[in-house]
Structures are given as C-alpha cells and as structure tokens.
Design a protein around this ligand. Structure first.
Ligand code: NAI
Ligand code: A1CAB
Length: 272
C-alpha cells in the first residue's frame, strides 16, 4: 500500500495553503497524478490552480483513500463538517494542524474513524521535510504504514509513542524551519554590518546554513564534533562562539525559550 493506492483511491486536501501546498508539491513531483487529488479551499492560490488538481469540485470521492486536513486550528470547527460524510471507517484522515488533538477529530468525524495526527514541516516542498505521526486506536498498522509511505515521499517520518510529544515536536521541527530562516536573515544582516553588500552577505549566509545542514546530516561526527572542527584554538570561530554560547545571553537559553514558547502555544491551541 503506497502512492499507487493513494492514486487509485484519491486524496482529498481540506485546506491547501503553505503547508498543504508544500506537501502537495512534493507528492506531485513524486508522480502522484493531479487527477487523483481533490482540494477543498475557498481561497486557492495561483500555484494550486496551475497544478491540474480538482479544486472545489462537486465530484468528491465518497470514500477517498486519504483526507489530509491542513486548515488552521482556528478554522477547524467551520471546516470539518464538510468531511463528515467521509467519516465512514474506510477513509484515513491525516491532520497536520498544530495543537488540535485526535479527540477533536473523533468528535467531529465519528469516533470509529481512523485518524492520524501528523506534524510536518515546509522543507517537504523539496523532499527534505520531517513528519512525526501518531494514530488513534482505529488507525491500523497498515494505515500507519500507508501514511508513512505517503509522507516519506516528502522527507523523513518518525512515529511517536504518545500524542503528548506533539507539542514539543511542533516547537522543534514544525516551527523549526522558521528559526533557521531567521538565523540566515540575522547572519546576512550581520555581514552587511561588517561591510558586505546585501547580495553577497545573503549568498554567504544561505550557502553556509545549507552546507552546514547537509554536512551535519552526512557526516559521521556529531554536530558538537563538527563545531569543534571549525574552531581553531584562539581563532576567529572561538571569538564568535564565546558570544553565541554565552550561558546567560547566548543561543542555548534563547533557543530553549523559543522552543518552549512554541510548544506552549501548541498546548494552548488544544483548547481551540
Ligand atoms: N506552515 C507550516 O510550516 C506548518 C503548518 N502546519 C499546520 O498546517 C495547517 C495550515 O497551516 P498553513 O498552511 O501554514 O496555513 P495557511 O493559512 O497557509 O493555509 C490554510 C488554508 O486553509 C484554507 N481554508 C480556510 N478555511 C477553510 C475551510 N473552511 N475549508 C477549507 N479550507 C479552508 C485557506 O484558504 C488556506 O489556503 C495549520 O493547522 C498549521 O498548524 C503544520 C506544520 C508546519
Ligand atoms: O506556526 C504554526 O502554528 C504552524 C505549526 C508549525 C509551523 N507552523
């Protein structure tokens, strides 16, 4: 059971904004035929309109293979009723919404419905996402395998042991790309402050973050060892890291508070 199953039975996307589009882009470039995809979204983007998928069509499949729910948690109450008739025990629902618990989908779609809660991230658009998943009791191991196969087409997949882990996961990997993009912005601005042109500073910052990420993934050394490899005793990196790694004002505390705030917001979203 994999992409062929999804192509045959159909994929319905409820909401196709930034995250839904990032995943759809990955699936379409992986060979999912646009004719197998139905999107429900009152505000489809120009990109979406050019993909060839069916948008707000009347001919929705009665029992699609998968329904991906990718609306904002705040829109859930308004959006979910349109799916209720698909809560037939056959269709697998996958939600990527931050905060919204599995119990909310069970209440809206029928308590027998197989539901998988997932937390992806936008690097899915280039096949480099990571998605954490957990299913309800009605999601069979074959359905978890199906979700994993679908999501693996846009990056790595990890299975969680408990839904409680989802808030921390959201704080680290769901929101994480934004922290890294901001790091690029800050490095580029700092390069400008040291006299580089904006274009050169941005090129250096982007390539450095992308290259360091690729090396961290490919190398046998840990990120700590890779950091030490860059750091010549009493050299330039040491001088920089003394600021970045400062216990009181440095990155460790800042990142701890950043991830904590995102995880807390995820906990708050549980209540709608
Ligand atoms: N953007 C990200 O990096 C990530 C987002 N998520 C989750 O993905 C979900 C969507 O987030 P984004 O794509 O960033 O938001 P977005 O605002 O870009 O997309 C939401 C889409 O839902 C559509 N929509 C609104 N009301 C609707 C309705 N009643 N029926 C159908 N569609 C409706 C909107 O037109 C929009 O296209 C959220 O629940 C978020 O927590 C999860 C992981 C990462
Ligand atoms: O900012 C948000 O709420 C969503 C969830 C994770 C990333 N974006």
């Amino acid at each position: 059971m994999d992409m062929d199953f999804v192509a045959e039975k159909g994929l319905v996307l409820l909401g196709c904004g930034k995250m839904g589009s990032a995943m759809l882009q990955g699936w379409l470039s992986d060979g999912l035929p646009p004719s197998s995809v139905w999107v429900i979204d009152p505000n489809p983007s120009d990109w979406l309109k050019n993909t060839g998928v069916q948008i707000n069509a009347d001919n929705l499949p009665a029992a699609p293979g998968i329904v991906l729910i990718a609306v904002k948690p705040q829109m859930m109450g308004e959006a979910l009723p349109s799916l209720k008739k698909m809560g037939n025990g056959v269709t697998l629902f996958i939600s990527v919404a931050a905060g919204t618990p599995i119990s909310a989908f069970e209440a809206a779609l029928g308590s027998e419905s197989p539901i998988i809660r997932a937390m992806p991230n936008t690097p899915a658009a280039v096949g480099r996402g990571i998605t954490s998943i957990i299913g309800n009791v009605h999601a069979s191991s074959a359905q978890l395998d199906l979700a994993e196969a679908l999501l693996r087409a846009v990056g790595q997949v990890v299975r969680l042991e408990s839904e409680d882990q989802m808030d921390a996961v959201t704080g680290v990997s769901g929101s994480g790309p934004a922290y890294v993009f901001h790091m690029i912005e800050c490095m580029a601005k700092a390069g400008e402050a040291e006299g580089l042109s904006p274009e050169l500073a941005m090129q250096l910052a982007q390539a450095t973050v992308a290259g360091a990420g690729a090396l961290a993934e490919a190398a046998e050394e840990t990120p700590s060892e890779l950091r030490v490899n860059v750091t010549s005793p009493n050299g330039t990196t040491q001088a920089g890291l003394e600021v970045l790694m400062d216990e009181e004002n440095g990155l460790p505390d800042l990142i701890r508070r950043t991830v904590g705030a995102a995880a807390n917001r995820s906990r708050e979203l549980r209540n709608g």
